[in-house]
Write a protein that binds this ligand. Structure first.
Ligand code: GLY
Length: 565
């Protein structure tokens, strides 16, 4: 694992504390004394800080980091993918989420991944052009720049263009993930040309140069949305996907639109939680879980009971994810009820301290999903004006669909797998669902991405993580850590545990449960499974308004860097 920087700035000499606070308290309450960025890659973090140094705000930095990650972390996100950018604008307190989630092409259909026998053929929903939704990332970056930033795209995209053109040495995550995705990658000549070395898995020291991607980024810098969704870039994307059996049309690209959505707000023991609304399931599942847990005093309980209660809350909230959630532009969902305390009271009523599961428990036939590849990405930003961005971006599974339309350099997502293709069949993360998340033309697939802000009287946290279905449970655990007053460095490091309703299993990292906890949870009837690898790559910025301290932390499981200056 790469070394991390975790800096804490703004510590005050003890003796001067009282005078210092008297003089500057009104000021520190209004604005943080430092800029802070945490992202999954040093080059991306630097790109963001450079933009802040040039007079850009957090939103400009978000454009720069999104684009930089698209270049330097092709396992996680890219121009061929999408994401959610949760914003807080200090000047007027506006909070919004830019929904740049991919949409199904207009020619997509409910059963497109089923064979003649009605079986789900998952290889087709995770590999190749059929697995790719219409990307939202370029449109979202342009939207951010035009509506919230103050610098031109030529400036904010410059670092990404430089990284793509000059290349960089790939890291451990890349080298590990490419081994897993090699069989799919070698089927796309353009992808193999870029991401493999002479058709083989590259070794340490491999320099990734992406000239076509640099050119596509330049087109976006020069022409905005038109530089990707119409003209020569769109023609190459459509021709490339269709030649390889995809369904994309020029109309799919021309009609793609980002949507600004009102974030979800919850209250947990004096903490204001702001998170992602549908088409993310993140905010709903997080709110439901916290609402259920707010009825328990978790502090004095034994850790076996505490983890049992957290797991039972996850179980119930993820069940509602599967039952009710989908694209709000297509399905009507009982979000208000699901996130109400009255509903949490009902759910909590059947949680038993001595027994796992629901009163009537059905065994699960769904196997634990092998989510061991690195996928998705997150970054967090705080600027000196107090603007915040929490952004979780994805091309879905590691290296997305492993398909690049020739001449574009754009690695396409395989987000179509986030739809429910067949009731009872899990996606790559083992997530199940029903009608609200079935494939429909133009529909956004349900996501687990959970960019989040946490605030109490003194502190503001900006956080999120990749990790497929486990994203929401990781953010939940971090929220509980925030509530307990733990440092950000602890939330990103602590070994994790997870339950997602189906499979009916507590999945945990090595060290996520002690031997005593494992035995205690088994006695309550839980089934448990240790994951073969650590998971998640959380990126956090924490501002303590009371003492003017800004902290940033990057998950030691990844190659990320957190900087405060
Ligand atoms: N592709 C992962 C997610 O959006 O949940």
């Amino acid at each position: 694992m790469t070394a991390k920087i975790l800096r804490v700035c703004g510590a005050v000499p003890q003796g001067l504390l009282f005078v210092y606070l008297l003089l500057i308290l009104p000021w520190v309450a209004a604005a943080p004394p430092y800029n802070a960025v945490a992202s999954a890659d040093l080059l991306a973090t630097k790109a963001g800080l450079e933009i802040l140094d040039q007079g850009g705000n957090a939103f400009d930095a978000a454009v720069a980091i999104s684009a930089a990650l698209a270049v330097v972390e092709p396992t996680g996100s890219g121009l061929g993918g999408g994401g959610f950018w949760l914003l807080h604008r200090a000047a007027d307190g506006k909070e919004t989420m830019i929904d740049g989630r991919e949409r199904a092409p207009f020619a997509a259909s409910r059963n497109m991944f089923l064979n003649a026998a009605g079986e789900f053929e998952q290889q087709r929903s995770i590999n190749g052009p059929l697995s790719a939704g219409i990307p939202g990332m370029p449109a979202a970056m342009v939207h951010l720049a035009e509506h919230y930033g103050r610098l031109p795209l030529k400036t904010t995209l410059a670092a990404a263009i430089r990284y793509a053109r000059e290349g960089f040495a790939v890291g451990e995550t890349y080298l590990r993930s490419i081994v897993l995705r090699y069989p799919a990658m070698k089927n796309s000549a353009a992808a193999a040309d870029i991401f493999l070395r002479n058709g083989a898995v590259p070794e340490a020291g491999f320099r990734l140069v992406q000239k076509d991607l640099a050119h596509t980024l330049e087109r976006i810098a020069a022409h905005g949305v038109a530089g990707f969704y119409s003209g020569p870039a769109a023609a190459a994307l459509v021709e490339g996907t269709r030649d390889a059996g995809g369904l994309w049309t020029l109309r799919d690209l021309e009609e793609y639109r980002v949507v600004e959505r009102d974030p979800l707000h919850a209250e947990y023991k004096g903490i204001r939680v702001t998170s992602a609304p549908p088409p993310s399931s993140g905010g709903v599942v997080l709110t439901e879980s916290l609402n259920m847990l707010s009825g328990f005093d978790l502090r004095p309980v034994d850790t076996i009971d505490r983890k049992h209660l957290v797991v039972e809350a996850m179980r119930r909230a993820y069940r509602d994810r599967a039952r009710y959630l989908g694209d709000p532009d297509f399905v009507s969902m009982p979000v208000e009820r699901l996130t109400s305390m009255a509903y949490a009271d009902e759910l909590r009523a059947d949680i038993r301290l001595d027994r796992a599961g629901f009163p009537v428990r059905k065994p699960s036939a769904i196997p634990a999903a092998p989510i061991e590849a690195h996928n998705t990405t997150h970054f967090s930003i705080l600027d000196k004006e107090g603007n915040r961005v929490a952004a979780t971006l994805s091309i879905n599974y590691a290296f997305g669909s492993c398909f690049v339309p020739p001449g574009t350099g754009v690695l396409l997502n395989d987000e179509m797998d986030d739809f429910v293709s067949r009731e009872g069949s899990g996606n790559i993360y083992g997530l199940t669902g029903g009608d609200p998340n079935r494939i429909e033309p133009g529909k956004r697939m349900l996501s687990s991405m959970t960019p989040t802000f946490l605030e109490d009287e003194d502190r503001v946290a900006i956080l999120g993580t990749p990790g497929g279905s486990r994203i929401i449970s990781m953010v939940l655990l971090a929220t509980l850590d925030f509530a307990q007053g733990q440092a950000a460095a602890s939330w990103v490091r602590v070994p994790r545990y997870h339950h997602q309703y189906l499979p009916d299993l507590i999945q945990y990292e090595k060290g996520g449960l002690t031997e005593r906890e494992i035995t205690g949870l088994q006695k309550k009837g839980h089934r448990l499974n240790e994951t073969s690898r650590p998971y998640g790559n959380m990126q956090v910025v924490l501002w303590d308004k009371k003492n003017g301290r800004v902290t940033a932390a990057s998950d030691p499981r990844g190659d990320g860097w957190a900087l405060v200056r």
